[in-house]
Design a protein around this ligand. Sequence first.
Ligand code: PMP
Length: 452
Amino acid sequence: MEINREKLAQLLEKELELFEKKHTKSKELFEQAKSNYIDGVPMNWMVKWAGSYPIFVKEASGAYFTDVDGNKFIDFCLGDTGSMTGHAPEGAVPAITDRIQNGVTFMLPTEDAIWVGKELKKRFGLPYWQVAISATDANRFSLRLARHITKRKYVLVFNYCYHGTVDESFITLEDGKLSSRTGNIGPQVDPTETTKVVEFNDIEALEKALEPGDVACVLAEPVMTNIGIIHPEPGFLEALRDITRRTGTLLIYDETHTMSAGPGGYTGAHALEPDMLTVGKAIGSGIPTAVYGFSEEVAQRMKGLISLEDSDTGGIGGTLAGNALSMAAMRATMENVLTDEFYERNIALAERFSDGVESVIKEKNLPWIVKRLGCRTEYWFRETAPKNGGEAAAAVDFELDRYMHLYALNRGILMTPFHNMALISSQTKEVDVDYHTQIFRESVESLLESSV
Ligand code: PMP
């Protein structure tokens, strides 16, 4: 199917009109916000939505939220994973509320730390842990520690990865050339001086990059999720483990998004053996927190490297890191929300979501595909699965993504911007998934009517 671009622009215009009709109060608030926030939003990403301006949220519960204009939505975005638990999850809210009423931060541990530490080991296999405020911080601190231990200069990431606002990771590879990634705001250091980058699934390039022995660590998602879901090819993760071991390079898996694969993320589900592991967002039901873990060997190598006197200055930490509220939230989330049953139920629903979209793709004979990782699903406007970030980035269709997103939004469905990804929470129902299939079909039909 060849999309008629002129018609697509007209369809988008129509949807924007509908959006503005339905969101007058949001518009009013957005105009007010411009007086005190750059671009009218408290955080720069909040401008990147398909509508004319962001919608302002009033309240949320489980898989649903209501905006300030009274529109109700099925939320498949779930705060881009932060609320994968569902909003205000029943299993976590009482412990979180109790903690708020009894003090949230002390610069001292609470007893929840014991339970959380044991549970992290059970889920991810790594015995030692530290707590940060965000997944970005967990990654940043892991890179520092990896460099500290190995005394090596570089880190290695995969092309078009995303690991939060980690300076080293904003680098891309095009036609064999490394450069600072487009949109990298005021790089503190040129990332080509700190980072090597290769394509995911490229064993040969990986080997070549690690062979000189100057890379402290590889920071990677075991399945890429941020340029769309890209699975490792058979043997790739094994090769990654072998080569990193052989070259004395530490392997850090970032499970922040791949937590959709199971209670111990992709690492737990596939018995992977990283040296370090980071995870944030959903692990505390969206209460700011993240953890980073270490193998026995890494922990031994860290011993004595940070003196008592310097332990509060070394560039890792944060005053609020490991605060009592984060710890209570992680405990309640792992104990009562992100359980085995959560994954069993939600992965089945995500399969239903994928099957629904796939049935429309088949029925309409579209050159599109669906990708899924546990309870995370997305559709792609290309015929075959991309095998690396470069291929995936080349397939991005910003206008089409925007139209599909806005069409769904105007009919009560919030997908993750901009790549049309859906997460299933414990409160998402079959009827919600089926409603998405219906709206997806309608949006496709609107496109087909106007295609050449
Ligand atoms: N790791 C991955 C894989 C992510 O996708 C993200 C954010 N989307 C982060 C880390 C950073 O999370 P945060 O913005 O909460 O620090």
